[in-house]
Design a protein around this ligand. Structure first.
Ligand code: DC
Length: 227
């Protein structure tokens, strides 16, 4: 019997808090693939801009920043729930990427065509090496349309808000469910209505609704699809 290899490029897209990172990391680890969460790049640009009090409405400035910023992503150095280390100017800023300020502004920064062009080019270059699980909003549609397996994870906004608030509480942070739900709905709106690379499943993506599934069950389903 011949053994077929798993798909080399796996695209995993979906809205905020749909479980992409948790599932993507599990699948990548099971296959021995690189896990690449592209949202981190958009978050890093947003964080740098906020740190420097830059005008987030200035698309040209945001584009220049995306073209020039040196963002380092490395395997996790500690097991505090992170999927990787994020370093900017040699400083570990992993959890800063998840701050409320970044959450509230990242959709605006990631809507600029110039920002997307700069970051997508980097993502594509890395993804084309293969043996990768790449997670984002537009991986199957724009970044790696040639991906061998495209998965789109979906879940209701209410379920996603519940997961996000559980996550924050687990990290010892404050979480107000109603506020989180409102923010998720607003991010969905911006991400799916932007002119460039809006959030949507690729025509050939397999859509998995995760409302009633935990991360383990979703990962098993994705691994099943890899066979
Ligand atoms: O997956 P995330 O919540 O970390 O993503 C943060 C933001 O980045 C999200 O609001 C939209 C944007 N993003 C994107 O536009 N394209 C991607 N491939 C990944 C993220």
């Amino acid at each position: 019997m011949t053994k077929t290899s798993p798909p080399s490029i796996i695209a995993l897209d979906g809205p905020a808090a749909s479980g992409k990172s948790t599932v993507g990391l599990k699948v990548a680890n099971a296959l021995g693939y690189l896990f690449f969460d592209t949202g981190i790049m958009y978050r890093a640009i947003t964080w740098i801009a906020l740190q420097h009090d830059m005008d987030l409405n200035d698309g040209a400035a945001m584009t220049k920043l995306a073209q020039e910023a040196l963002i380092d992503i490395r395997p996790p150095s500690t097991s505090d729930g992170r999927t990787c280390d994020v370093l900017i100017a040699e400083k570990d800023v992993t959890w800063d990427m998840r701050s409320g300020d970044v959450d509230a502004n990242v959709s605006v920064v990631s809507a600029y065509a110039g920002v997307r062009q700069a970051l997508s080019a980097q993502q594509r270059r890395i993804g084309l090496r293969g043996k990768v699980v790449m997670v984002g909003r537009d991986i199957g549609t724009v970044v790696l349309p040639e991906a061998n397996l495209k998965i789109y994870l979906d879940a209701s906004a209410e379920e996603r808000a519940r997961r996000r608030s559980d996550e924050l509480i687990a990290r010892g942070e404050q979480a107000d469910y109603d506020t989180i739900l409102k923010k998720i709905i607003e991010r969905d709106r911006i991400d799916s209505t932007r002119a460039v690379a809006p959030l949507r499943p690729a025509d050939d993506a397999i859509i998995i609704n995760t409302d009633d599934l935990d991360a383990e069950q979703v990962s098993s389903r994705v691994l099943e699809l890899c066979k």
